[in-house]
Design a protein around this ligand. Structure first.
Ligand SMILES: Nc1nc2c(ncn2[C@@H]2O[C@H](COP(=O)(O)OP(=O)(O)OP(=O)(O)O)[C@@H](O)[C@H]2O)c(=O)[nH]1
Length: 297
């Protein structure tokens, strides 16, 4: 994976959940400042900084819909929202994504944008670490709702050392399903702090089973050791693409079928579906095998 990255220090964004997305995102203005010198290595070994690239802090075509990204090559931009309890490691994962080396570095930002090259194709991720876990005042509750609405993908983080954060992750998944029912968005359940083996409260099998039940992907990470963090962000890009591609394929297939499908084929498809329905157990087994593979649907 290649990461094209820049942190523009002149354009410090301080946004917590109580603060709306900056108006620059809505206005579509672009940073004209020259790229700051990268003072950090990129995410993962193979990552590299493209000095000619600019950070794009805003896009005029941003919308709050789930299909907010266009499909024109390098212009792909996706919002990834981090959800999860206090202290599970959301900011640590976001910092690694942003290429921030020193965990003690005082970072004012909580939204990071980077362009990744995954499988030879560029995609820009905007990672939003804006989720607030404290009880919200009613008039600030909209910010949580906003987070739930704007993501093109979601990362629900729990700590493997904290069972209650695992339970919260399930609740968040249910909440997301309710709010984004109609959208086929990628959701990755992340068991972070996998380095703390002796303090483990949630088994990896439990995480996997939860992902199967809630129909999402699963990965365990260690932000401290940078373990699986690159895989996580690459996986998000792949999951988004797989959905985009399968949507396009389905639409194409549907129109071809409508024109060409013979009665024999229709009958075969009907029978296949019947068999599949009778094989639900098998389907669950297949899914449980693939929930940790972020490169397949
Ligand atoms: N051992 C270990 N510690 C971690 C890991 N990830 C994060 N931490 C530590 O856990 C603490 C909380 O991490 P944060 O990244 O601030 O967690 P958060 O989810 O952003 O917390 P809030 O901002 O309060 O919502 C910090 O002390 C981190 O250093 C990890 O993978 N392993």
């Amino acid at each position: 994976m290649t990461l094209n990255t820049e942190r523009n220090t002149k354009e410090t964004l301080r946004r917590r959940a109580s603060t709306p997305i900056p108006t620059s995102h809505q206005s579509g203005a672009r940073s004209r400042d020259p790229p700051a010198e990268p003072n950090h290595p990129a995410l993962g070994q193979s990552a590299s900084y493209h000095s000619g690239d600019r950070a794009i802090h805003c896009r005029s075509h941003w919308t709050s819909g789930s299909e907010g990204s266009d499909s024109s090559g390098a212009d792909l931009l996706y919002r990834v929202v981090l959800l999860g309890d206090h202290g599970v490691g959301k900011s640590s994962l976001a910092n690694i994504f942003a290429g921030i080396q020193d965990a003690n570095e005082c970072i004012e930002e909580d939204t990071y944008e980077r362009t990744l090259t995954v499988d030879g194709e560029e995609a820009t991720l905007v990672v939003m670490d804006t989720w607030e876990t404290e009880k919200q005042e009613q008039d600030e509750k909209w910010v949580q709702d906003y987070c739930m609405q704007v993501g093109n993908a979601y990362v629900i983080v729990y700590s493997i050392t904290d069972r209650s954060s695992f339970e919260s992750a399930s609740e968040l998944r249910i909440q997301l399903r309710r709010i984004r029912q109609a959208d086929n968005i990628p959701i990755i359940l992340v068991g972070n702090k996998s380095d703390l083996v002796r303090c483990r409260e949630v088994a990896i099998e439990e995480g996997r089973a939860c992902a199967v039940v809630f129909d999402c992907k699963f990965i365990e990470t260690s932000a401290s050791l940078h373990h699986n963090v690159q895989e996580l962000f690459e996986g998000i890009v792949r999951q988004i693409r797989l959905r985009r591609d399968s949507k396009e394929t389905n639409e194409r297939r549907r129109s071809v079928y409508q024109r060409k499908e013979s009665i024999t084929k229709k009958a075969r498809r009907f029978l296949d579906r019947l068999v599949a329905r009778n094989n639900k157990k098998m389907a669950l087994k297949v899914r449980s095998k693939s929930c940790h593979d972020l490169s397949v649907l």
